[in-house]
Design a protein around this ligand. Structure first.
Ligand code: ADP
Ligand code: MG
Length: 607
């Protein structure tokens, strides 16, 4: 349960609401507890009238002697005013209604403070988690599945809310109610109290036990449901592959088996629940029965009045729901603790890539230098880069060419500080990359990743992603330089066309070019293009490269590719193989070497 201590900061933050909520719990229960006493009083009065029919009202003796001060006052007023019997009953009815209304009113306020507090905490916690996710490094995202991240921010947070809201509310409510009613019941008759309360602990324990069974089952059902959803989702997005390979019936069979399991578990749960609710009703009924039975015996011995029995029956009915909620609350708190543990695990994950502490300077991007950098991916142990060195000065254009898997993308990731080199160093304007704020580095670099990713938003929004202030003109220029403008304008909605799930179907090449436009739209010092022309045809490539020529003037550019772009003039070309530089120089120098570069150049010419 110590996991839940993390939440104390939130309770401190919302202590005003919490204290007010507790006050309302107290008040609503206070008015609640008056009802049984008034009932007891009126029953006693009825009984007195019946046995002393004809006697004067002076002969009234209270069968019950102890009442709450407020009820006491009411009784005194009734006695003094010598009202007729029917008006006494009427006034009791009115008072009962009044306390019920007050009780309800404070219960409303109690929910409005305590449940509202839990919603505030839920919101804060979601934001805290989301912000933390955003700060974590690439290694974290490699190690954790998206589904896991999602479930912690949604399901686990909701479960914790069941603790900060309902659990705390029910627990305090129950405590106050038990204190109040035990006090008055014991004053009345201690032995009878013990008798009638005896089934309640059994009820609480039974509910706790059954609740755990239900929770276990519903968790399994939840997991099965998520399996089914994932499967269905995948088969919709991959529907073209499924159809082309004629695998529809196999997929349906697979789905049917999963759905069958799900149905089986759901029926099991329905069965447990079907037994559960009537059993609670039975137990509650039994305690009422016990109260009447034991009360009857005590009354025969002249120890209690009928009013007291009536009062006790109302107490028992008031207590059974909160007491049965103990079991429910206990299992809720257990689940909340487990969820908070999972949340804490993530919140305590530290990023391996961190900002420097203390004042930092802004990079000017005059010189980027890799100094014998090696990098090994920790999860696979693959050494992606070995002893890699290069220097790129302001305004230079450098190409990095190599087969897939030669380590090209790793260079871009390192420069963006998604992770740090295993050995060697990367320097910016002569200082280690680690001495700058990550945001300052990333602000200065526009990156076109190898796998394009577009958000489910309009094309314009996607292009202006890196520069929210960019106006339409800027977006258009970026699109033109990425050679995608004509195609965008041909869509009925132009730049407002939505992409993604319910938007247009863009080709791989179109997505790549929108991704290029997004990078061009930002006024950054450095541009990195990671293999971003792989899905376009030769003619389009030609158009993009001439557009880029204009866009890249006076800007530093690192272009990663597995083809040779002879249209662009590079200050330096590095040929990478298996994480090492095998050739470097200008286009002419490399051709003269008659090595790997010369070979691919010749192959490309043949096409
Ligand atoms: P390229 O961009 O030239 O195709 P990469 O830099 O992507 O090459 O990859 C270089 C090597 O590192 C490859 O062997 C690849 O399998 C490995 N690698 C790339 N990314 C990861 C990763 N996130 N985790 C583990 N290994 C990786
Ligand atoms: Mg790559």
């Amino acid at each position: 349960m110590k996991e839940l201590r993390t939440l104390n900061v939130y309770f401190r933050k919302y202590r005003g609401r919490l204290l007010l909520g507790l006050l309302f719990v107290f008040l609503s229960n206070y008015f609640g507890i008056l009802a049984p006493q008034i009932t007891g009083y009126v029953v006693d009065q009825v009984e007195l009238r019946m046995s002393h029919a004809g006697a004067t009202s002076d002969a009234k003796i209270h069968a019950k002697s102890f009442y709450d001060p407020l009820v006491e006052t009411f009784i005194r007023v009734m006695d003094v005013s010598h009202r007729s019997f029917s008006s006494l009953v009427l006034w009791c009815g009115i008072l009962l209604l009044a306390v019920a209304l007050l009780r309800g009113f404070f219960m409303f306020l109690m929910r409005q403070t305590l449940i509202v507090m839990s919603r505030h905490i839920e919101y804060d916690q979601k934001r805290e988690l989301y912000d933390h996710y955003q700060r974590l490094d690439a290694a974290f995202y490699k190690a954790n599945r998206t589904g896991d991240l999602m479930s912690r921010i949604s399901e686990d947070v909701s479960r914790v809310r069941m603790y900060t809201g309902p659990s705390i509310m029910y627990l305090t409510n129950l405590t106050v109610l038990i204190c109040f009613s035990l006090f008055y019941m014991f004053r009345e008759n201690a032995m009878l109290t013990l008798y009638v309360l005896s089934p309640l602990p059994i009820l609480a324990a039974a509910i706790y036990f059954v609740n755990n069974v239900i929770n276990r089952r519903s968790e399994r059902i939840q997991a099965q449901l998520s399996d089914i959803t994932t499967h269905a989702q995948e088969s919709y997005s991959g529907i073209r592959v499924i159809k082309s390979f004629g695998q529809e019936s196999a997929m349906s069979g697979f789905f049917r088996r999963h759905a069958e399991d799900y149905r089986h578990s759901s029926l099991g749960l329905a069965m447990v629940e079907a037994v559960y609710f009537p059993s609670i009703g039975l137990l509650i009924g039994l305690s009422t029965l016990l109260t009447i039975f034991m009360g009857g015996i005590y009354q025969l011995n002249q120890q209690v009045s009928s009013g007291t029995i009536a009062e006790f029956v109302v107490y028992i009915n008031m207590l059974t729901f909160p007491v049965s909620a103990i079991g429910w609350v206990a299992s809720m708190i257990q689940r909340a603790a487990a969820s908070q543990k999972r949340i804490n695990e993530f919140l305590n994950t530290k990023s391996n890539v961190n900002d420097p502490v203390g004042p930092t300077r802004m990079p000017a991007f005059r010189e980027i230098q890799f100094d014998s950098v090696s990098y090994t991916y920790p999860n696979t142990g693959i050494q992606a880069l070995t002893d890699f060195s290069m220097t790129v000065k302001e305004g230079e254009k450098v190409a990095i060419i190599g087969k897939t898997g030669s380590g090209k993308s790793t260079i871009a990731q390192l420069l963006l500080r998604h992770f740090d080199p295993t050995s060697g160093s990367i320097r910016l304007d002569g200082s280690d990359l680690r001495d700058f704020m990550r945001s300052a580095i990333r602000d200065g670099i526009s990156y076109v990743p190898q796998d394009t990713f577009l958000f489910s938003a309009s094309i314009a929004q996607n292009i202006r992603f890196g520069d929210p202030e960019a106006d339409d003109k800027k977006i258009r220029i970026a699109a033109r330089n990425a050679a995608i403008d004509a195609e965008i304008e041909a869509f009925p909605d132009g730049y407002a066309t939505r992409v993604g799930e319910r938007g247009v179907n863009l080709s791989g090449g179109q997505k790549q070019r929108i991704s290029i436009a997004r990078a061009l739209c930002r006024q950054s010092h450095v541009l990195i293009f990671d293999d971003c022309l792989s899905a376009v045809d030769a003619a389009t490539e030609h158009r993009i490269l001439s557009g880029l020529k204009e866009a890249l003037q006076n800007r530093t550019a690192i272009i990663i590719t597995h083809r040779i772009f002879s249209l662009l003039e590079f200050d330096r070309i590095l040929v990478l193989d298996n994480g090492r530089i095998i050739e470097s120089g200008t286009h002419e120098q490399l051709l003269a070497l008659k090595g790997y570069y010369h070979t691919i150049h010749r192959k490309q010419q043949e096409h």
